[in-house]
Design a protein around this ligand. Sequence first.
Ligand code: NDP
Length: 406
Amino acid sequence: MSKVVIIGAGGVGAVVTHKCAQLPDVFSEIVLASRTVSKCDAIAAQLDRPIRTAAIDADDVPSLAAFLKAEKPDLVINVALPYQDLTIMDACLEAGVHYLDTANYEPLDTAKFEYKWQWAYQERFKEAGLTAILGSGFDPGATNLFTAYLAKHYFDEIHELDIIDVNGGDHGYPFATNFNPEINIREVTAECRHWEGGDFVATPAMSKKATFECPDGVGTYNIYRMYHEELESLTKHYPSLKRAQFWMSFGESYLKHLEVLGNVGMTGIEPVEFNGTEIVPIQFLAKLLPDPSTLGPRTKGKTCIGCIVRGLKDGKERLVYLYQICDHEACYAEVKSQAISYTTGVPAMIGSKMVVEGKWREPGVWNVEQLDPDAFLDDMNKYGLPWQVIELDPSFQLDVTMGQDI
Ligand code: NDP
């Protein structure tokens, strides 16, 4: 029995709320709070059990702390935007509440995400006897735990990691993003960094491309190497890694639109003056694009996200692939959301379940791979994200079609 406050009523917030509401024995009381309370009310109306809703500005630490002191939840599930991570952590410390999120802090005025700001809270959470779980979505989140699970059960030492995120879904729009457009475009247009021989190596965005045949008939897709936040924590926590890369699939139409929008300055984060008003181009663009939480009824196809790990077991080289396939239409039938929100919201619910059940309760600030993956992966099988492990021939290499020498 526990009480949770969920902050953020977007695409991911809707899924977390549905999934927590499905487990009344674990999450006996749920409060959904966001900047726009009507969005919380619309989600609450989809559920078959009552929850409470509230209007809250998570940038305002004193009022958020006062709200949490009055509500006295066991845990705050932060599925607002990465800009709110630090203010919500501050309010949790003040109110004595455990914390969980799905994306690392990013300052509004710099398109650069790093864990250093949140890792700096380690001592304060430890001293307060509180737990903060960082990055309990799919990637980061499930991908970190897939790596930890493989390292624990399949290897003595891991050397290479390829995280491959394929979205084979089609929503029928020429250009739309599957999660918050501003965060998505900032991430995709950032310089690529991958781990090679003990350091991060920078290359231009989208300059390395491969084709990847997903298992179980999901299809073959173009995947592009890019930087993703779990590379920072995984290379820190698995120092035996010699190389770590993150790959994501993109369609031609998405890339063409992104290139043109970038060329004309629409993805910029610096304010520009327009008719006497300051506007930030990427925020204006985000306003024009379809709201990701409305893509559910239109999206067909599957996602396939997983980790290929190379390493040693009993002195022999081994290559293992752990992956999860999710069907957009099945997600919509269950919780009225497409699979990107679903694959993020379910791990956020499971991570929260780990905290409130006391399985992940060590005081301090933790990336999920620092915690035991076994119960989490069991729950993925139970609560909508079943996964598979297959052994690959160690001679397997990704079929790189562009940027071979980089
Ligand atoms: P949305 O934009 O759909 O939703 C964000 C919500 O946060 C909105 O309801 C918004 O409220 C609310 N919000 C924003 N600012 C504040 C504030 N100051 N106070 C209170 N509420 C606020 O985003 P998504 O649901 O797509 O994404 C949510 C989070 O999940 C993001 O951090 C994203 O990076 C992360 N994510 C993680 C993934 C993973 O696999 N780890 C994958 C996908 C997303 P309002 O609508 O009223 O403005």
